[in-house]
Design a protein around this ligand. Structure first.
Ligand code: ZN
Length: 243
């Protein structure tokens, strides 16, 4: 099976189109949450994805917040303003689809969760959180998003060995037997690892490998739409820096 891996699309339709074009040959598409929030085309991104019969997605905090199922006080002022804008931009049907997303999912033995375990909206930013995630699951491979930072953790069960590897310019991960691994494929629609290009992954289960890749998209077009929509300026500006 060849899976496309995406996360944190955040209503960025131009980035999503570039990524889907690069993933045209995959058999299934897995999404690690946050289809909406921040960006100017939440409904269009949601419709482009949910129409696909091969699509599986877990809930992100922005997805649940846009559906009225997550505490807005947990967001900073710019994110909160964007969520309120997103709630207005979505139809009732789109909001109820977001509300129905599961917190976790499985694919070929891997666990899919937006942030971490045991708390799905926690962030994995280091080996301490990576270990805690693995204590809460038997899965050898966890696929996550949420931080908008493409990176990879390798842990050897029963030892203190943990390696954290950046994937800010992409990279090939070998899914070796005996290691437990966490892969964060980075963000499609709002990268924060210093690379403004959209990030995504391709997981080939037969080859036992995940390739994380980056692809350019029209950042300025998205920024112009965000300004036009009255979304917070800082959210538009950060797209150019990938921060
Ligand atoms: Zn996000």
């Amino acid at each position: 099976m060849v899976y496309g891996l995406i996360s944190d699309v955040h209503g960025n339709l131009e980035a999503l189109h570039s990524v889907l074009a690069a993933l045209s040959r995959v058999e299934r598409l897995l999404c690690l949450g946050d289809i909406v929030g921040y960006g100017p085309n939440p409904g269009e991104c949601l419709d482009a994805l949910r129409e696909r019969p091969d699509f599986t997605c877990v809930a992100g905090n922005h997805d649940l917040a846009a559906a009225g199922r997550y505490d807005l006080d947990l967001f900073n002022p710019a994110a909160r303003a964007a969520i309120l804008w997103t709630q207005e931009a979505l139809s009732a049907g789109q909001r109820s689809y977001l509300a129905s997303l599961p917190m976790t999912a499985q694919a070929s033995g891997a666990l899919l969760v937006h942030g971490s375990l045991p708390e799905p909206m926690e962030y994995i930013t280091g080996c301490r959180e990576a270990r805690r995630c693995f204590e809460a699951t038997d899965a050898a491979l966890c696929l996550v998003g949420h931080t908008h930072v493409a990176e990879h953790y390798r842990l050897r069960p029963g030892t203190r060995f943990c390696e954290q590897v950046s994937l800010w310019s992409g990279g090939l991960i070998s899914l070796q037997e005996g290691l437990r691994q966490i892969v964060n494929v980075g963000a499609v629609g709002q990268p924060r690892d210093g690379n403004p290009q959209a990030s995504f992954g391709v997981w080939d289960t037969e080859a036992g490998a995940i390739e994380v890749r980056r692809v350019a998209y029209d950042v300025e077009a998205v920024q112009a739409k965000m300004r036009q929509a009255g979304l917070p300026r800082a959210l538009a500006e950060r797209l150019a820096w990938g921060r």
